[in-house]
Design a protein around this ligand. Structure first.
Ligand code: ITT
Length: 190
């Protein structure tokens, strides 16, 4: 069965495709209007996006709502990660807000809430987190969004290969849980 990927973020799309492919899912993209993300949690927003895409296309739809939560900023930008500052200035804004903040106070984590909504109204939800810290400067060209300022050990996510990122990222973890739940769901239907 085809599943539609409900995202307008090109970086996420690449990750969705490589995480869904090994599950044997035929993931397609379609031009679907972006719904307003009015939820108060990552999970609520993921559901809003998946439900809108499912209703529009009549196909099961997979969405993710994700973001970076910085301890020193009381969890910001969090669910507002995509709207935190002007496009192109988001990483710099985080770095500026943490200027002079010592390493031990630079803790941060990424969250990914995945939701799949089926045309019959069923839904599967999964969530993944990964913990690290905000680097002192942007490093690495890989990935997207805040990857080049999010550091685990000595390397930023921007310095990881795709496989390395998937093995430890919030989205990799969320999709691993999603895969288990999807298998159980589909077996129950068989
Ligand atoms: P869709 O809603 O269309 O999927 P979006 O970019 O608006 O795209 P979100 O509302 O979930 O998605 O915002 C998440 C933001 O958090 C995203 O724009 C990135 O800036 C950041 N982000 C999420 N996952 C990330 C990752 O794996 N690496 C770096 N930044 C990430």
């Amino acid at each position: 069965m085809k599943y539609v990927i409900a995202t307008h973020n090109k970086g996420k799309l690449v990750e969705f495709q490589r995480l869904l492919e090994p599950m044997g899912i035929e993931a397609v993209t379609m031009d679907i209007a972006e719904p307003e993300e009015t939820g108060k949690t990552f999970a609520e927003n993921a559901f809003i996006k998946a439900e809108a895409a499912c209703k529009k296309t009549g196909l099961p739809a997979v969405a993710d709502d994700s973001g970076l939560c910085v301890d020193y900023l009381d969890g910001a930008p969090g669910i507002y990660s995509a709207r935190f500052a002007e496009p192109g200035k988001r990483r710099l804004t985080v770095l500026e807000k943490l200027k002079g903040v010592p390493e031990e106070q630079r803790g941060a984590h990424f969250v990914s809430a995945v939701c799949c909504v089926f045309p019959n109204g069923d839904k599967i939800e999964a969530e993944g987190k990964c913990f690290g810290k905000i680097a002192f400067e942007s490093r690495g060209e890989n990935g997207f969004g805040y990857d080049s300022i999010f550091q685990q050990g000595d390397v930023t996510f921007g310095e990881l290969t795709a496989e390395e990122k998937d093995a430890r990222s919030h989205r990799g973890r969320a999709f691993a849980e999603f895969e288990k739940k999807l298998r159980a769901y589909l077996e129950g239907k068989a």
